[in-house]
Design a protein around this ligand. Structure first.
Ligand code: S3P
Length: 170
């Protein structure tokens, strides 16, 4: 289906990289979190608070299924926890070429420490939480990925250059 898909932990830069990539490659961008918020007419934080995480995870799978029926030649940025489900990894693979933006816990922490919109990080010790989650999820991200890009210490344009080198022409 020729999509370019960006996966990785919260704060790894998926949204910014996705937006810039969409300009460079002249493709439209879709973000699964924003699609779910539009569909549900409420924020991710509201969804987690009212219906819980497992309800949200089911909406992520629904969203991917819809994309497999509609998206082609686009940039798709997905929520940080989405690749954890095996079924979702299969759907990502169907959708296109998957890029994992890999970052160290410290890099993530610096970017998200003042952010209140990510319910999973609203805890007393977010750095430890981030490191634990990264360790748990890294195998899932790697299993889903066609290409792994390490982002620590790199500028957005360096990251974009690296991605562009690998993007399969469709
Ligand atoms: C989540 C990541 C968030 C969002 C939700 C849960 C996660 O997306 O889907 O808060 O489990 O890592 P971003 O990665 O775009 O922040």
């Amino acid at each position: 289906m020729g999509n370019v898909i960006l996966i990785g932990f919260m704060g790894c830069g998926k949204s910014t990289v996705g937006l810039r990539l969409s300009y460079r490659l002249r493709r439209t961008i879709i973000d699964t979190d924003r699609e779910i918020e539009k569909e549900e007419k409420r924020t991710i934080s509201d969804i987690f608070a009212t219906d819980g995480e497992s309800y949200f995870r089911d909406r992520e799978t629904d969203c991917l299924r819809k994309l497999t029926a509609s998206a082609g030649n686009q940039i798709i940025s997905v929520g940080g926890g989405l690749p954890v489900r095996e079924e979702n990894r299969a759907l990502l693979h169907e959708l296109g070429q998957v890029f994992y933006l890999r970052a160290e816990g410290e890099t993530i922490y610096e970017r998200v420490k003042d952010d209140t919109t990510r319910p999973l990080l609203q805890v007393e010790d977010p750095l430890t939480r981030i490191k634990t989650l990264i360790e748990e999820r890294d195998p899932c991200y790697r299993a889903a990925a066609d290409v792994v890009i390490t982002v620590d210490g790199k500028s957005f344009s360096q990251i974009l250059d690296e991605i562009e080198k690998h993007v399969e022409s469709v």
